[in-house]
Design a binder for this molecule. Sequence first.
Ligand SMILES: [Zn+2]
Ligand SMILES: [Zn+2]
Length: 351
Amino acid sequence: MIFAMQTTTVRDLRSREQKRRDAVADTRPRTTVSFYRYVRIADPQAFRDKLYAKWSALDCMGRIYVASEGINAQMNVPKMYWDQFDAWVQNQPELKGVPYKIAVEEGQIPSFFKLTIKVRDKIVADGLDDDTFDVTNTGEYLTAAQMNEYVEDPNAVVFDMRNNYEAEVGHFEGAITPDDFVTFRDELKRTPELLKEHKDKKVAIYCTGGIRCEKASAWLKHNGFKDVKHLKGGIIDYAHQVKQQGLKNKFRGKNFVFDERLGERIGDEVISNCHLCKETKSDSHHHCKNQICHALFIGCDQCVEKRGGYCSWKCAQVDKIPQKYKKPLARWYNQYVRKRQPFTKTKVKVS
Ligand SMILES: [Zn+2]
Ligand SMILES: [Zn+2]
């Protein structure tokens, strides 16, 4: 299972609010970077401790997963330490030559508030049993220019490997977007069935930074898909290539990212609606201020202000109960309510 114990040698005991305050107070410019690699790591815990020691010394912040199958990192690095960071990373045998994906834009607040490095069984929670298929039989890569050809080709299928809340705010023109998947694991399980009529067609899949497509392309090939390719470096790198090579941007809206920025703007277009009023166009994600709920929702500025940052009036009321009752309530909530989706999202099926 993925819920491996985190036996950290060093622990950060500050509260989330304190971490946030400290991170915001640190105004040094930072570079947000992500990278991953499937590589054999003999002792994940030792590797994790080595990364933690070095990266905390360089004041890096982020969320990193280490497993015996590799590493998946989303993080930021103070610009003043970038060269040191880069030199050190490229000097590790497990990471030598790993391609970075640099964020298209930095937000008003830092992308991460702390450094978390966890040892897990897998670097992506995909729910697949890797012993049942050839995980190395991945699809070929597509460049941004090639991706554009797929988008324009009426005989090709472009499929979004991300969750519904990610595809809702941004996706490729004409892509098939998952409407009811909240987790990657659910989506992978049902994708072969969902795409079965396209088995003999050219299929291009994409995700945020490319990592999910590594396993997904091998999985689809295992399920009889003949021609599966995937976007190299995901949407993040696509945006860079489009800019650098002056290509036409075929990605509509915003690229959702899993850090405090909650998204990178790729084009100017806003394709989704506010979940609260359901009328105003918005693609700003917020987490409900009620920590027990913490639901991710899209809210226009007006609604977010009017509702005080809560996803509903109910959450605003619940948040007023004394602190000591919140823990048992949170436990109950996680067990019985969490899985139900509180919102009906904007329809994004096929544009
Ligand atoms: Zn609204
Ligand atoms: Zn809420």
